[in-house]
Design a protein around this ligand. Structure first.
Ligand code: HEC
Ligand code: HEC
Length: 202
């Protein structure tokens, strides 16, 4: 009995190890090297604030966004200008491969350029929301450390200015998402800046 138990533990360990190896290194699709990396950087870490980092983003969210660019339901200014063409002809299978690739990359490094007072104010908004303005705690959906989960995107380490632009776009409904537009309807520019500074610093 003892040796059977030991054997099955060993088998589980081997299975576990190969499953991890399989998910951490999916091949980089050619289109990523040829095209996407020009704006989103190598391994999904971009050096320009308007081009979001894609590294370690959740798979479901990446897939949803690429499909939303492709069918034009994500229609904010930069989405139209940059991503409609990029995603226009991507087949579902390639979207899945791209999402698997970016999900497996190392997350972006925390920004060390944020104003400490804004970061502190932003942390409170993220963790507690703003009851008087019906703003819910962001962490409830985006994860305690903004690491994201399935349809709820990772926000940790994202470029501050990109985040601010998205919050504005949700508020003015140019990026139309029922959940997020309701969440940020009453947020001020200053609060958007603070929560974005906090997220960039994670
Ligand atoms: C010429 C620059 C450029 C190229 C090339 C490009 N993108 Fe983008 N991408 C952008 C910009 C700008 C945005 C932000 C759009 C916005 O503000 O709504 C974006 C947004 C995205 C997002 C949404 C990220 C998020 O956090 O919501 C995904 C996913 C994405 N791009 C994937 C890709 C893929 C895959 C490719 C290659 C097929 C690609 N992009 C090529 C500029 C580019
Ligand atoms: C009830 C769940 C929920 C709560 C609470 C929530 N979000 Fe979101 N958030 C979402 C969903 C779902 C999306 C994806 C929208 C889409 O698919 O376009 C999102 C998207 C975002 C994005 C876009 C990310 C990107 O890469 O483009 C930002 C920024 C964001 N949320 C910030 C916040 C902030 C700040 C708060 C707190 C004030 C917050 N969210 C609270 C559900 C939530």
């Amino acid at each position: 009995m003892r040796s059977i138990a030991a054997l099955s533990v060993a088998a589980l360990l081997i299975l576990g190890a190969s499953a991890t190896a399989g998910t951490t290194s999916p091949p980089e699709p050619n289109i990523v090297t040829d095209t996407c990396s020009q704006c989103h950087g190598n391994n999904g870490i971009s050096s320009t604030a308007w081009f979001p980092n894609l590294a370690a983003q959740t798979k479901t969210y990446l897939e949803t966004q690429l499909k939303a660019f492709r069918d034009h339901t994500r229609a904010d200014h930069y989405a139209k200008a940059y991503m409609w063409t990029m995603a226009g002809t991507l087949p579902d299978k390639m979207i899945k491969e791209i999402a698997e690739y970016y999900k497996a990359q190392q997350p972006p490094k925390p920004s060390s350029n944020e104003d400490p007072a804004q970061v502190a104010a932003g942390k409170t908004i993220f963790e507690k929301g703003i009851a008087s303005e019906n703003v819910p705690a962001c962490g409830a959906c985006h994860g305690a450390n903004a690491e994201g989960n399935t349809m709820f995107p990772r926000l940790a380490g994202q470029h501050r200015d990109y985040l601010i632009a998205q919050l504005h776009a949700f508020r003015d409904m140019s990026r139309n998402n029922a959940i997020m537009s309701a969440n940020v309807k009453q947020m001020t520019d200053q609060q958007m800046r603070e929560v974005s500074a906090y997220l960039a610093s994670l």
